[in-house]
Design a binder for this molecule. Structure first.
Ligand code: NDP
Length: 295
């Protein structure tokens, strides 16, 4: 699959520009879904300890017949496992469930603004794992510019990635700018606006947006493909999720057309400033903590 465009992280490691996400994919559907993605040509899988499906992601990788070295495996440490020793152990739990020796990208799932000391200790554990060759790159998720600043003051390795909510209705230009200034790759979660579908209880919203639909028609592509192309052309990593075979394929068929600068700007202008996910400033152990099982 030499035709998949890649992105280069700030430590020289590369990853495919379009990956495959498995948030809310039930464990009993995950093996089939990830196998379908790997058959389609995806070579980057994004999971998380908190998704409860790392074991099935690992099983799908083994069943796929694709060599482990060709697949970029990303997972996330949940906040309940923050702290130096706890985060080292979180790596062991995730690697054990995935059945891998090395994790390609390990990131902190959220900042804990009211326990930033724990967040820093967790990140220091990631730095140790990186130095020891247990992970090939480290990063963060849902970090706002002030979290990135506080992290930079207390740690040595600049995160390779900040995985944040980015879709046409919530673009977070301040986060995009802070990431770019620090040399951090922005990775878009809910890249086609999935979080807004959950909120509305149906597939609506970005997929039916008249601007996006109009651009899609002009290119004979789907709205989802236009949104993924928008991420690619603006230099972001994107990790669309689908358990539907034809959509898994559709979301990977985005390398043969080009949006114009005017079209990119029209999509940028759709930003409503309304966040779909939890407010990062409000994430606490009390509200969101939960036990991550052993491998
Ligand atoms: P997405 O933007 O990827 O949208 C997923 C939704 O869109 C699903 O309901 C899916 O349905 C549907 N869908 C997928 N492709 C198409 C298509 N071509 N046409 C129409 N509908 C489509 O949202 P997610 O929230 O799932 O985000 C993607 C990934 O980002 C997650 O899986 C996870 O890996 C990561 N993530 C990370 C978070 C974090 O805090 N770091 C938070 C949220 C997500 P169906 O599956 O039924 O086909």
């Amino acid at each position: 699959m030499s035709s998949i465009p890649t992105l280069t992280l700030n430590n020289g490691v590369t990853l495919p520009a379009i990956g495959y996400g498995v948030f809310q994919t039930p464990p009993d559907e995950t093996i089939t879904a990830v196998e379908a993605a790997l058959r389609t040509g995806y070579r980057h899988i994004d999971t998380a300890a908190a998704y409860g499906n790392e074991r099935e992601v690992g099983e799908a990788i083994r069943r796929s017949g694709v060599d482990r070295s060709e697949i970029f495996v990303e997972t996330k440490v949940w906040i309940s496992d923050y702290g130096y020793d706890a985060t080292l152990h979180a790596f062991a739990k995730s690697a054990g469930k995935l059945g891998v020796e090395t994790i390609d990208l390990l990131i902190l799932h959220q900042a804990l603004p009211s326990r930033f000391d724990l967040t820093i200790e967790a990140y220091r554990a990631l730095e140790t794992l990186l130095a020891d060759g247990k992970v090939r790159a480290i990063g963060v998720s849902n970090f706002m510019p002030d979290h990135l600043e506080r992290l930079a003051e207390a740690t040595n390795v600049v995160p390779a990635v900040n995985q944040v909510e980015v879709h046409p209705y919530f673009r977070q230009p301040d986060v995009l700018a802070a990431d770019a200034a620090a040399g951090i790759l922005t990775q878009a979660w809910s890249p086609i606006g999935g979080i807004t579908f959950y909120r509305d209880g149906e597939h609506s919203s970005t997929l039916k947006d008249t601007t996006i639909v109009g651009i899609a028609q002009a290119h004979d592509k789907s709205p989802a493909q236009v949104m993924l192309r928008w991420h690619l052309q603006e230099g972001r990593s994107a990790i669309p999720k689908s358990v539907t075979p034809h959509r898994i394929e559709e979301n990977f068929d985005v390398f043969d057309f080009e949006l114009t600068d005017t079209e990119l700007a029209a999509i940028d202008a759709l930003d409503t400033g309304v966040r779909g996910g939890p407010e990062p400033a409000d994430v606490t152990l009390e509200a969101f903590g939960r036990d991550i099982p052993e491998a």
